[in-house]
Write a protein that binds this ligand. Sequence first.
Ligand code: PMV
Length: 357
Amino acid sequence: MDDSRFISSAEALPTPFTTICEAPSNIALIKYWGKSAPQLPKNTSLSFTLDSSITRTALNFTPQKSTSFSFEFYFEGVLKPEFNPKLEAYFNQIRAYIPWIENYHLLIKSQNSFPHSSGIASSASAMAALSVGLMEMERKLTPSLSETACSEKASFLARLGSGSAARSIEGPLMLWGKTEYLKKSSDYYAIPLKADINPVFTTYQDTILLVDKGSKPVSSTQGHQLMHKHPYAAQRFKQAKNHLKELMPILKSGDLAGFMQIVESEALSLHAMMMTSKPYYLLMKPNTLAVIEKVWNFRKETRIPLCFTLDAGANIHLLYPLADKKAVLELVESDLKNYCNQGDYLIDQVGRGAKKV
Ligand code: PMV
């Protein structure tokens, strides 16, 4: 694809502009693990967009005389200059696509709905909220931009900040990466899966067990890097492709046994890649494994379709239909919360994506 379609030719306006946007986190069912520059995935991924695990970002654009962009970043009310190098690098990557930004000073004020240091990766919701806010400004400068064009460019901009952030723009299911199963799919941005989704998946629940709140010994950026010379990389990309092929009809039929089998296999394969990288590493904790066994036992005993998935970390996402919420939350309260750091967990569900507040 030629990404020139994302280069704006809008002229900056001499008036200030403020917008507040919210974007959720997302949890991958088919994992993205391995990429090539510029942040293009080695395989197609598919995720549930979450609902209440969100970042809310206020953007305040002030026109400035000098034609050199500047910004300030506040997180939860506190000026955070330590984030500037990362943001600077991000703006350098995207300024070619939003040249109008050169004429503004940007004040960014962000906050998360989920607790600080919960072990929940906030880069997806943070980069998505920022990108949607930038697109609100571009929409003001280019009123003829369609909703779809705005969403696709927001996803495109978010992807350049954090790959998985591309999937936090819409919902409840987002697909990122070119695949033969969807003509409109792209490596450059994510698109919502709209047609033929079984209703069971439109209200799916995600309860996030906070097993470990500490920082990870190996970041996702390093993990992606290690896929370059990974002995099983080619096989892993093939597996993800096959899993997607199997999952597409399941999302339509609502075959929950098939769904759980693919989702759990994806989670364990992701961690298997980490354990077989050079150097190898481990992000699961003993309590992660203890909970996985509990989930399997509960499923066997009750026949309730509860399954798990994992991000690049020790925390567990419990995925289950809305109809089973009571039974699963009883299990969490009576047993699984004992495996969580300070007994903490978050109750979330699939959501519809980013929005203007
Ligand atoms: O978006 P990144 O670069 O932090 O990578 C995230 C990768 C996983 O969360 C492990 C999987 C995924 O598809 O979200």
